[in-house]
Design a protein around this ligand. Sequence first.
Ligand code: PNW
Length: 448
Amino acid sequence: MDIQFPKKFLWGVATSSYQIEGAHTKNDKGKSIWDTFAHTSGKIKNNDNGDIAIDHFHKFKEDINLMAEINMSAYRFSISWTRILPKGKGQIIQKGIDFYSKLIDELLSKNIKPLVTLYHWDLPQSLQDEGGWSNRDTSKIFADYAYIVIKELGDRINFVSTFNEPAVFTIHGLADGYMAPGISDFDHFISSVHNVNLAHGLSMQSMRSIRSDLELGCVLNLGPCIPCTNNKDDIDASRIYDMYWNRIFLDPMYKGKYPKDFLEQIDKYFRNGDMQIINQKSDYIGLNHYQHTRVKADPTHLLKARGAYGNEKPFNLENVELTSMNWEIAPESYYKQIMELKNEYNDPIIYLTENGCSYPDKIENGKVDDFKRIEFYKKYLAAVQKAINNGANVRGYTAWTLFDNFEWALGFEKRFGLIHVDFKTLKRTPKESYYFYSEVIKNNGFNI
Ligand code: PNW
């Protein structure tokens, strides 16, 4: 094989609860901020929502079979907080716990390691009504939720991530309002960042109080920031955005310090002892990476700096092939990001928890020939192997994602799956990339 991976490398896929489960009111599941946001007219492309999504709640056995058929060794999924605690705290729904319990049993029976995420953006709406992440109490409530998950499921899982992409849900949910809960308020944003960091630390403590041998960490979306022009404004903006996008969670969690400028901004929220809570010993860093960010100065934006989001094209870039998200294909930035974690964050164990691409795939003659996705994976996996060859301690890769699903504010239009889903019939049809991935797993590598 041209590209070969280490023995025992984990191969799998990643998903998240709201994007696939559906069954939005089943067994008294409570509302999350995404239920509310998706039902607010004009927030989601085509006014789509995740009420049914791809009905994974009812089809999970058939879905796990599709993983087992190609011998995946890991499955990263998230738990819906309001399926277990409809109001985020207080009443516990046993049937909600039972769903995840059955899912985990099914995975283990097929030798697939469950990689659990506690929070993939679906904050209970009733906690949002009390201030959401800007309310310091939410951190403590989150730690209680984490405790319940380990108490109920911790006999069969040991890999847990506290948060998925805290920078994405705070910047896009609370600074520019593009995602749920759709707030745009600087104080709300910065206090929430600090409280999410506290929630990370407190939940690591509460989970370890039940089981000391869990593998714990956080999943962060990281990537190089590049000024979109050589103008001083954009160069400064790129530094600012790098701080918000890449450092305000990674540094306190993994280095025990906030970037200096950010510490000044949150001064009034910071209490003695907070950094000791946040900076728990972690077992790994989960890296989600799709592309680098071309940053421009934007005085109208709360952060004064921003990258493209939604369906915007990268700023100041012409004649480059983009995926259907308008994202750049830049595997060298993936390599650079992995090496930066190795070199500047104390050579951590790294799991590549998301990476993938969206294309407008269609079924033709019973087949989905998504050759562009296969090309994408070849390039990005080659970058991973290069990083491993240069000493990065990468232990596994979970592709985003198994199925076409609800792509947040862009609804069902963007298809990231290895498996095509017809959103009317919910029929699943493996794409050519699924068969490619099956070969990668079988050979623990591939030929270029
Ligand atoms: C990640 N951005 O989201 C999430 O973890 C997934 O839930 C999502 O489906 C996947 O990547 C693909 O988008 C992101 O605007 C959403 O920069 C938006 C951005 C980044 C990540």
